[in-house]
Design a protein around this ligand. Structure first.
Ligand SMILES: NC(=O)c1ccc[n+]([C@@H]2O[C@H](COP(=O)([O-])OP(=O)(O)OC[C@H]3O[C@@H](n4cnc5c(N)ncnc54)[C@H](OP(=O)(O)O)[C@@H]3O)[C@@H](O)[C@H]2O)c1
Length: 243
């Protein structure tokens, strides 16, 4: 049997698999022998490169999770063999409350909040018994840092949806779990955060470094797989020990 095998449960759809934590998860699942369909939005070239590296069992499709029709199409593309879902698409801004616009708030909601609820609806419709959904949240949902109101609020909403979803989908034998990364060394972190702030983030956890995307991929693969069969409706912190 493949390492950490989730293979017996069909294709895993990774929403937001073209970069960072999502891309590491795609790689990890492929190494474990799991067929993967992952989505890209702006990163088609990166996505195609990942497919070329990982072989025929890994496919990619365009999706903007803010658009309900586009999200539904990604689920359709996964086909009848769907066995698991990872919702990893997400983004934050550093905006003070006073400067937060309605457009920015609505965008954060559509991306980090609403799309998680819609994902749970699709999962309930399409996943078989034994299937699992892993939603990538953030420790920010708990720590509530300044200048991240829209992110904190929408990630907290996603976690609330996970807890309700676990109860409703549990009747069908489907598990729903959230993962909370801390600061993780991804293109998004490097693009939007100052070097000084990144240094401070790296010094904060008990293990005194930034998370690596592979650190999260391992946790996500475990939560999707059979050894996590009794884990649902919970929020798993994977931060290197932030508190
Ligand atoms: N990095 C951290 O420190 C950290 C900490 C806590 C939580 N997280 C969470 O971890 C998840 C992944 O973040 P990351 O740091 O790995 O970021 P990343 O490197 O920027 O990757 C984000 C992924 O989401 C996709 N995406 C973004 N907007 C999308 C949209 N509207 N529709 C569909 N896909 C979209 C991107 O696709 P394209 O690249 O193709 O556009 C990419 O595949 C996010 O939910 C984030 O909130 C990250």
């Amino acid at each position: 049997m493949a390492r950490g095998s989730t293979a017996q449960r069909g294709t895993v759809l990774v929403l937001g698999g073209s970069s960072g934590i999502g891309a590491a998860t795609v790689r990890r699942l492929a190494v474990d022998g799991v067929p993967v369909l992952f989505t890209h939005r702006t990163g088609e070239d990166r996505a195609q490169e990942l497919c070329a590296q990982l072989g025929a069992a890994v496919r990619t499709v365009h999706c903007d999770v803010r658009d309900p029709a586009s999200l539904a199409a990604a689920f359709e593309a996964a086909g009848e063999e769907l066995g698991g879902v990872v919702h990893c698409a997400g983004a934050w801004t550093y905006t003070r409350l006073a400067d937060l616009t309605l457009e920015e708030l609505d965008d954060a909601w559509a991306l980090n909040g609403r799309s998680v609820l819609l994902t749970l609806q699709h999962a309930g419709r399409l996943l078989p018994e034994g299937g699992a959904v892993v939603v990538v949240s953030s420790v920010a949902a708990e720590l509530a840092p300044a200048r991240q109101a829209s992110y904190v609020m929408t990630k907290a909403a996603a976690e609330a949806a996970v807890r309700v979803g676990a109860k409703e989908l549990g009747r069908q034998g489907i598990r729903v779990v959230a993962v909370r990364p801390g600061a993780t060394d991804t293109p998004q972190l490097r693009a939007g955060t100052s070097e000084k702030a990144i240094e401070a983030m790296a010094g904060a956890p008990a293990l005194r470094r930034l998370g690596d995307p592979d650190d999260l991929a391992g946790v996500i693969a475990f939560l999707l797989g059979p050894d996590a069969r009794w884990v649902t409706g919970t929020i798993v912190e994977a931060t290197g020990g932030l508190r």
